[in-house]
Design a protein around this ligand. Structure first.
Ligand SMILES: O=P(O)(O)OC[C@@]1(O)O[C@H](CO)[C@@H](O)[C@@H]1O
Length: 364
């Protein structure tokens, strides 16, 4: 079919692909600091800190004012709306602090799940109404990429054909709206780890989901060079008794990606999905060492697996700033090494880094 109605100009495409490439250059990845107020509440509850706007601000100030060398490991930070407009204690906007470090600012754009009638408690994601206007405003306010998380689960009759198609289509609508407004869309179809299924079943489902997502992105004329994918790694369900090595996880994950994700996509930044910090790093390292063709950058976009040790070190006390920043830097560096297949586990990780961070039915 003739290319009659081009969606983007060549300047728009150039800008989008440059942003996407910058985020994942040289082993860099993404800090997903976009927990909604509710999700941040459960993180703070774990360390017995009250979920107030000021406490959320204080923790994020500590992360974002870390030494400038963090920009060698972190190429982008995803923010929640509240955080995009927050300032440090000197009155400087967080987004300006990040930009001055050379870090690309992103914004969470989805607005949570809604039930899909007639399914086994499956969901779609809301937030398309008014999305173009919000994207335009966020672009003016300094954001250069967006994030939209769709959740699919493995269960009796799940994910259903309807849930796969609906979430793929919604992700594609979101992605095309982002690109029109100059934001690189992070496309996140997460197959959550709830369940006792084995790794092979997760691989089968992940392939089905990703194949549907890339069909929908193509249908919606999304410019793949100006996108990033944020998928789950292929693992067994959290309740499975079967255990797999990082090399096995890596082989299943890269196989699923190789079968479904076009080489035009510049980067794949995994979510951590409740893995411990150390497992998330070891799996990413094995993925980068996997002896299969890997035409994309394979990196990270971790929330829990970049912040758990830092949160534990902070404990809500300003006096712990240094220890908090050290804990965060340690994970950022480890994941940057893993994104290049150069991570060597020293065996000196703190207790928080080996703890499972799994939360059942992780919605927000
Ligand atoms: O799985 P992780 O690495 O902790 O977080 C992945 C993620 O998409 O899920 C969270 C909840 O929406 C977000 O804060 C984050 O961006």
């Amino acid at each position: 079919m003739a290319y009659q109605f081009p969606a983007l100009t060549s300047e728009q495409k150039k800008e989008l692909s440059e942003i996407a490439q910058r985020i994942v250059a040289n082993g860099k990845g993404i800090l997903a600091a976009d927990e909604s107020v509710g999700t941040m509440g459960s993180r703070l509850q774990r360390i017995k800190v009250e979920n107030t706007e000021e406490n959320r601000r204080q923790f994020r100030e500590i992360l974002f004012t870390v030494d400038d060398s963090v920009s060698r490991s972190i190429g982008g930070v995803i923010l929640f709306r509240e955080t995009l407009y927050q300032k440090d204690s000197q009155g400087k906007l967080f987004r300006d602090i990040l930009k001055e470090k050379g870090i690309v600012v992103g914004i969470k754009l989805d607005q949570g799940g809604a039930p899909l009638a007639g399914t086994n408690k499956e969901t779609t994601i809301q937030g398309l109404d008014g999305l173009s206007e919000r994207c335009a405003q966020y672009k003016k306010d300094g954001a250069d990429f967006g994030k939209w998380r769709a959740v699919l689960k493995i269960d009796n009759q799940c994910p259903s054909h309807l849930a796969i198609q609906e979430n793929a289509n919604t992700l594609a609508r979101y992605a095309s709206i982002c690109q029109k407004n100059g934001l690189v869309p992070i496309v996140e179809p997460e197959v959550i780890a709830d369940g006792d299924h084995d790794m092979e079943h997760c691989q089968y489902v992940t392939e089905k989901v990703l194949a549907a997502v890339y069909k929908a992105l193509n249908d919606h004329h999304v410019y793949l060079e100006g996108t990033l994918l944020k998928p789950n790694m292929v693992t067994a369900g959290h309740a499975s008794t079967k255990k797999y090595t990082p090399e096995q996880v890596a082989m299943a994950t890269v196989t699923a990606l190789y079968r479904t994700v076009p080489a035009a996509v510049p980067g794949i930044c995994f979510l951590s999905g409740g893995m411990s910090e150390e497992d998330a790093t070891l799996n990413l390292n094995a993925i980068n060492l996997c002896p299969l063709p890997k035409p994309w950058k394979l990196s990270f976009s971790y929330g829990r697996a970049l912040q758990a040790s830092a949160l534990a070190a902070w404990g809500g006390k300003a006096a712990n700033k240094k220890a908090t920043q050290e804990a965060f830097m340690k994970r950022a560096l480890a994941n940057c090494q893993a994104a290049k297949g150069q991570y060597v586990h020293t065996g000196s990780s703190g207790a928080a880094s080996t703890q499972s961070l799994f939360t059942a039915c992780y919605t927000y």
